[in-house]
Write a protein that binds this ligand. Structure first.
Ligand code: ADP
Ligand code: MN
Ligand code: MN
Ligand code: MN
Ligand code: MN
Length: 380
């Protein structure tokens, strides 16, 4: 194990990046002198947030509005330079942002808002990384089944040297075991960032249902939902935005890479899924039907469960470290080494939900939610 160098893992941040963040040394109190400056009474600030051309990373920009919008439709369509985000050519670069979901802004507070948008080319066709359009379409066609999704987002915090935050310089912490749901200064790192994130999400209107420390030191998880249909994916992207934005202040980096360190547990985005029928008495029959359908299209799902068509999950779904092999489909009660797990209490109650353990931590939840609705409800 000691011969595995974290520095040699080229995927940890998906490409060359600046490693030295000056944010940690900036004063954290100076801004408070300006935060309470009274702004013009009729003005609010809206942060428009979108997924860039990687399908994995977020971008944002701010604008002033002279009204308080109640629904996304009231917000203006906006644009940005798509040639700077991998979403357009330089000679025809205007790319459009359509507001889709509004959240309260936990950073500015007051009436200020965060706006989750999706992206469109110059001709109003969805950009290549816009999986939201398909997801909305599937949801519209199966609304009556009331599909719910609860997503467990795992991630790791990195120091500015791109090694896991708080790990000994040049070496590894003692083996995994004491860190999962750990308590104590030598077991969990940066709990205050995690706590701030939990509170900011609840304030914003993202339905976080829980959080826990994970198997690697500086690896954490939060759960979003259950949320209905496409909203589950809006909620998860907004939770990711809030986490990145908070981590800026702490000068640490959030990595959603699914296998940051070899020989240690990777990061997933287990997706818990149910329909109205599954939640009713004897819903276990519906759950088993869904699992049967999923078993027939395993590779089709693997292809959309990470942003590289399954390549990222190849590093994670090895059959070790609480995963099933990427090549085989399996399902089982309380089995964390299977593709699909039926939680013990669901098997006992004979109703509830299933857990798809395959999606990678850096998946696009619009694509995952879309695939589950298509396979299990729409029979596509
Ligand atoms: P695990 O035991 O796999 O770590 P967690 O407690 O972390 O499970 O996450 C369980 C997730 O399941 C939560 O996100 C929760 O919102 C979600 N969930 C609970 N009930 C349902 C349901 N009926 N349909 C879909 N998701 C659900
Ligand atoms: Mn400009
Ligand atoms: Mn969990
Ligand atoms: Mn977990
Ligand atoms: Mn899980």
């Amino acid at each position: 194990m000691a011969d595995v160098k974290i520095e040699d893992n080229p995927k940890i941040l998906s490409g060359p990046v600046l490693t030295n963040s000056p944010n940690a040394v900036l004063s954290k109190t100076l801004l408070s002198r300006y935060n309470d400056l009274p702004l013009p009474a009729d003005k609010i600030i809206a942060t428009y947030i979108w997924i860039d051309g990687t399908g994995e990373h977020l971008r944002c920009k701010d604008r002033t509005l002279s009204f308080i919008p109640k629904v996304p439709k009231e917000l203006p369509i906006w644009n940005f330079d798509g040639s700077s985000t991998g979403q357009a050519e330089g000679h025809n670069s205007d790319t459009f942002l359509i507001p889709r979901a509004i959240y309260k802004d936990p950073f500015r507070r007051g009436n200020h808002i965060l706006v989750m948008c999706d992206t469109y080319k110059y001709n109003m066709e969805p950009t290549d990384s816009n999986n939201r359009v398909k997801c909305q379409d599937s949801y519209d066609r199966c609304k009556d089944e009331e599909p719910w999704f609860g997503i467990e987002q795992e991630y790791i915090l990195l120091d500015s040297d791109l090694r896991p935050f708080g790990w000994p310089p040049g070496g590894f912490p003692p083996p995994q075991g004491p860190y999962y749901c750990g308590v104590g200064a030598n077991k969990v790192f940066a709990r205050d960032l995690v706590e701030a994130h939990y509170r900011c999400c609840l304030f914003a209107g993202v339905p976080i249902s829980g959080t826990n420390a994970e198997v690697m030191p500086s690896q954490w998880e939060f759960q979003v939902g259950p949320s209905v249909g496409v909203t589950a994916a809006d909620d998860l992207w907004m939770a990711r935005y809030i986490l990145h934005r908070l981590a800026e202040e702490y000068g640490v980096i959030v990595s959603f890479d699914p296998k940051p360190v070899q020989d240690w547990n990777g990061s997933g985005a287990h997706t818990n899924f149910s329909t109205k029928k599954m939640r009713e008495d004897n819903g276990i029959i519906e759950i088993e039907k869904a699992i049967d359908k999923l078993s027939k299209v395993h590779m089709k799902h693997i292809k959309v469960y990470d942003p590289r068509g399954g390549k990222d999950n190849e590093r994670r779904l090895t059959g070790l470290h609480e995963t099933a092999s990427i090549n085989d489909f399996s399902a089982g009660v309380a089995n964390r080494a299977s593709s699909i797990r039926i939680p013990r209490n669901v098997a006992e109650d004979k109703k509830g939900y299933l857990e798809d353990r395959r999606p990678a931590s850096n998946c696009d939840p619009y694509a995952v939610v879309d695939a589950l609705m298509r396979t299990c409800i729409l029979n596509e």
